[in-house]
Design a protein around this ligand. Sequence first.
Ligand SMILES: Cc1ncc(COP(=O)(O)O)c(C=O)c1O
Length: 467
Amino acid sequence: MTPVAPRSIVGDMPVYRAGRTGADVARERGIRGAVKLASNESPHNPLPSVRAALEVAIGDINRYPDVKAARLAAAVADQVGVATTTGVAVGAGSTGLLLQLAEAYLGPSDDVVTPSPSFEGYAFAARLRGASLVRVPLAGSQADVAAMVGAITERTKVVVIAEPNNPTGTLVGGEALQRLVEETASRCLLVIDEAYVEFARGADQLDAVACARRHPHVVVLRTFSKAHGLAGLRVGYAIGDPAVIAAIDRVGAPFAVNTLAQTAACVSLGAGAELWDRVDAIVERRTRLERALRERGWSVPDPRANFVWLPAGSASRSLASSLEQHGVITRPVPDHGVRVTIGGPTASDRFLNAFASCVDQLELTTAWQLPVADDARFVLDVLDELELIDRVDGFAVDDAARARARAAVADLVAGELHGARRDVATGALRRVAADAGGRLSKVVAPRAIAARLPPQSPHVVPTNSGQ
Ligand SMILES: Cc1ncc(COP(=O)(O)O)c(C=O)c1O
């Protein structure tokens, strides 16, 4: 034993568990060539322009890096549209910036409010400073903004939200996030972590940078680890009020962002189509995987990042373990779900094959939940619309299935559906709502329907049996 003990907090620090690698799986299970879909990394090698710049920059690594990362800060300011670099801090990834933020703002008497589950880096940063993390459970798979607002007290120094959220991939969207901005103003800092913003794609997004320009308590975090594919170099940035940025900068370790990271990030920021083609490819593969899962009868929340979330509940650990046995490494969040990163061109097929091979052996029936309350009501509305269209178009539909679904949804709304009847109802609902998805596309977005459908139980015949 050493004669000097570390701070008492050290023993309580959560150990950050990185995603398992192919080498882990080969060593522990003797499985070779497993595909890693566990860490939300980019499957792409460096862009040719980035690689070329790195080859030049490597000649200078006998020198210290620019301590202010001034060129990169200026490039970021220019790209995101903040007037000067005083509104931009560059750090060693979002994780490094979170630690700086914690160092600058948090102490033992402070609370950090965050949705849960979410990125575990928030817990790490808070605990390191002795602050308490107030975890606000998600509503379904999405951050519950109203509950987060309700959790803010005098002790709250920081509210942090990942938009889109990790691990569920959902977006809170403009209106709700705007409310959070307003409710936190003059009370605490609001950190909007946009690690996956490039994949989010949609009119429902809040312009968080514009928000940070207008509201001095809003800080936006971004990273080069995801869409830019530079996770191994550790670089990211924060955008915020100059006073907040100055505080973050003051506590950063000097030279934390190395020369290669600064160089690569600058080139990647200016890469344009070369980079966006890759991001587009990931989004396309994500859409294909999302559709494939839903066509096979599985409910997944709308994915807005570079991964898809399987809400497997208590079966999460065993599902991830079975997938690994089939050579696919995913990230389980025990008792919540399994996160599957979008990988290279063949990765999703490998995942789907592995998934098809292992679902039947798992107890997923009770783990994936049926829609209740508003979600169930939504399906009821879809059924009403379907009936309306039938009358107009004279379409023949499966009346018996619709009647069963209608009764089932009514029971779900009333909270009275249990046991085996749930499975029957789920199947009936799924068939009718899948029909609705095909036929009501002008009225109700099919993805909105699919997102609210209950997950498929292995005992129910899927609408489209797939593989
Ligand atoms: C929401 C979120 N924020 C931040 C990070 C960390 O990113 P970085 O590599 O920049 O530290 C991650 C990584 O997975 C993340 O999911």
